[in-house]
Design a protein. Structure first.
Length: 330
């Protein structure tokens, strides 16, 4: 099956973007284009690849972020014909004025000034930061990785594909804040339905990670799962108030953890998972990164290469594209 962007040339201006969120989002969008078969060219600034020294770092000191985002791309100048270009407004104006299809990233949109912004700032402005972490007065927690920028990259690639499919000349605009707000759609839904936005309330939450003998397990369950979970643990105190109802367990979270904690701590993650699955209780192990290389589901999906590089489950017409790409030599 031919790749849908085979024969197309895409200009990745992520390395020339002025701000980190724009750079990450543009680079992710271009990576997706490469997975769809495009030839992706990535011009670099005079001081070289900006991601080359960014964490997470591999044992040899190289950047895993750089290896992931730039695999399948070719460093080179912004010369010749390109079908599409991806970057912020300034990079597109300077290097892609003649490119027919442009994907332009900004914080608020093309008609607003682009202020200094980080992914943490986007999470705060969108309200996403307000629901991650323990309840106040504890500080909010930062999302791991680059979920905000990568989501903006996915949105950018989707818009770019639509513009290329339509043909002609077009500038598609992607607001980083709009994408982050969409990720946090429950805030808007909460305001519409109950008149207020959700806030961090983990002090009363009954979903948490619990220490096992060899690590941690994630305890995520609904009210219907409580009776089999309670019976699995087998402590008679769980049959009494205040642990009979969900609100009661939430309001007495510390006491609940004191009761159930020893049961989990005495067993391995595998033992806990098997016992929970036998009762259809949704408990799963928290795995260490090295364990993911041998994870049965990841192996079946081909998600991780032997060296740990994640692939992308890119599909076209219901089929997964298989395209061998080499790491960019930058």
């Amino acid at each position: 099956m031919p790749a849908p962007l085979a024969g197309r040339r895409v200009l990745d201006l992520g390395a020339l973007c002025a701000q980190r969120p724009h750079a990450l989002a543009a680079s992710m969008a271009a990576k997706l284009c490469a997975a769809y078969g495009a030839e992706v060219v990535r011009p670099l600034p005079a001081d070289g690849e900006p991601f080359a020294s960014l964490p997470p770092l591999l044992p040899d000191g190289a950047s895993a972020l750089h290896r992931f985002l730039n695999a399948g791309k070719r460093p080179g100048p912004a010369t010749g014909w390109f079908d599409a270009a991806i970057g912020d407004g300034a990079a597109l104006a300077a290097h892609a004025a003649e490119v027919p299809v442009k994907a332009r990233l900004s914080v608020f949109g093309p008609d607003e000034p682009d202020p200094p912004m980080s992914e943490l700032g986007l999470a705060a402005l969108s309200g996403l930061l307000g629901i991650v972490g323990e309840a106040p007065p504890a500080p909010p927690s930062r999302l791991a990785g680059h979920q905000v920028a990568y989501s903006a990259g996915l949105a950018t690639c989707t818009a770019l594909l639509a513009a290329l499919r339509a043909g002609g000349e077009e500038v598609v605009d992607v607001s980083l804040l709009d994408v982050t707000a969409w990720l946090n759609w429950k805030v808007a839904a909460g305001v519409m339905v109950i008149g207020s936005a959700p806030v961090r309330g983990n002090a009363k939450a009954t979903w948490f990670t619990v220490k096992a003998r060899d690590g941690y397990v994630a305890l995520v369950y609904q009210d219907k799962d409580w009776p089999p979970l309670r019976d699995l643990i087998g402590d008679p105190r769980l049959l009494e108030e205040p642990f009979i109802t969900g609100p009661g367990r939430g309001a007495n979270r510390a006491a609940l953890l004191e009761i159930i904690g020893p049961w989990f701590a005495a067993r391995t993650r595998a033992e806990i998972t098997a016992a929970a699955q036998a009762r259809r209780v949704p408990i799963g192990p928290v795995k260490y990164p090295v364990e993911l290389l041998e994870d049965a589901q990841y192996r079946a999906r081909g998600f991780l290469a032997p060296d740990g590089t994640p692939s992308l489950p890119v599909g076209w017409d219901g089929q997964r594209l298989v395209r061998e790409v080499a790491d960019a030599a930058v």
